[in-house]
Design a protein around this ligand. Structure first.
Ligand code: PLP
Length: 378
């Protein structure tokens, strides 16, 4: 088996599994004052320190959630309502056209539910980079407080986004900034912003746990109310095993450096096998672990199935909306036509990846291409 789909989910790290198993075995409700409760609280606070270190923030800024989708919803709702509660309405919500659906869909919902909040999309260049000139101009035009959502790195192409520049524009315009750092965490430095989303399962932690980093003092009204856990920002009995597993993964991911060696070997091999291969975002700064490419004339679904039969696991478009294969909105925003986008595949590497995985994937692609050629010749 060659698993090359770390951007969809990374295999669980042993240290994470162990940490989660220990938490399951220990039991206890972190809100209880007895020994068992105190032990559960200890596991959560230990994990908070580790996740804070990964994000480069204070532990008090980490709010554990059920994942990054929830973190996006809490941030967008919380900022819109929080601003109203503080007497300053957010009137404009800017989202990059290449954001993950976790941000796009929640931004659309929030803009529908909050009267006077207009959603505006910032385009991306052909290289997959969000257009900062467009954001600069848009910020100049309107009036009122803005919220900008820009991901640190794209999950489909791996293209790194100009978050530093967006943060400077936001500071100049008095706007708030939400950064989806899901794919960046463990692969590059997590940028600082008013709101930051993280997910454990992309760094080898458990699925169904993540965090919202809330900069001290930013507008935020909790969407969920209840027993006051997570300082009232996200109440509900904590997922202690998940959080402990997240902490363990964060601790390791922080120490790792992801070298582009496997990705580069894979792309060099691809170019040798399929000279007309298209590698999306290749001219931009990319995460070292992601390769998004099209084998012209070979439909992505056909390729995925053939690779799967050989035990090679890749994805087409965004596997986060798994099961359904639909055209990628990211490639569409980059101006890629539907025919080419229909051939787009993504290989993403991570802690479990080896040269043998690269070889297996290249062999499978070689065989697939040979089969297609011989069929065409028959
Ligand atoms: N943002 C990005 C960039 C992602 O790749 C994902 C993947 O699922 C998410 C957000 C959603 O994260 P989660 O699965 O924790 O809800």
């Amino acid at each position: 088996m060659a698993y090359l789909d770390h951007n969809a989910t990374a295999p669980l790290r042993d240290a994470s599994r162990l940490a989660a198993e220990r938490a399951f075995a220990a039991g206890g409700n972190a809100s209880s004052v007895h020994a068992s409760g105190r032990a559960a609280r200890g596991l959560i606070e230990d994990a908070r320190v580790k996740v804070a270190a990964l994000a480069g923030v204070e532990p008090s800024e980490v709010v554990f959630t059920s994942g990054a989708t929830e973190a996006a919803a809490l941030a967008l709702w919380g900022a819109a309502q929080g601003a109203i509660d503080a007497g300053v309405r957010i009137t404009r919500l800017f989202v990059s056209a290449i954001e993950h659906p976790a941000v796009l869909a929640n931004a659309a919902t929030v803009s529908e539910r909050f009267a006077g909040l207009r959603l505006e999309t910032i385009p991306a260049t052909a290289g997959g980079v969000t257009d900062m000139d467009a954001l600069r101009n848009a910020l100049r035009e309107g009036k009122g407080r803005s919220l900008i959502a820009l991901m640190a790195a794209n999950n489909e192409t791996g293209v790194i986004q100009p978050v530093g520049e967006a943060a400077a524009l936001a500071a100049e315009a008095g706007a708030l900034l939400l950064v989806d750092a899901v794919q960046a965490a463990g692969r590059m430095a997590v940028p600082r912003a008013d709101y930051v989303m993280l997910s454990a399962h992309k760094i080898g932690g458990p699925q169904g746990v993540g965090a919202l980093i809330l900069k001290n003092g930013v507008p935020f009204t909790p969407l969920i109310t209840g027993g006051g856990q997570e300082r009232g920002m996200r109440p509900g009995t904590e997922n202690v095993p998940g959080i402990a597993g997240f902490g363990a993964a964060a601790e390791i991911a922080m120490r790792e450096t992801v070298a582009p060696v496997l990705r580069d070997h894979f792309e060099a091999g691809l170019r040798a096998i399929v000279p007309n291969v298209i590698i999306f975002g290749a001219e931009s700064s990319r995460l070292a672990n992601t390769s998004c490419f099209a084998l012209p004339g070979i439909n992505a679904e056909t390729a995925l199935m053939a690779l799967d039969l050989d035990g090679v696991m890749l994805s087409s478009g965004s596997a986060c909306s798994s099961g359904k294969v639909k055209r990628s909105h990211v490639l569409a925003a980059m101006g890629v036509n539907d025919d080419v986008a229909g051939c787009a595949l993504r290989a993403s590497f991570g802690w479990s990846s080896t040269e043998a995985d690269v070889k297996a994937a290249l062999l499978s692609i070689t065989n697939l291409q040979a089969r297609i050629r011989s069929r065409a010749a028959a």
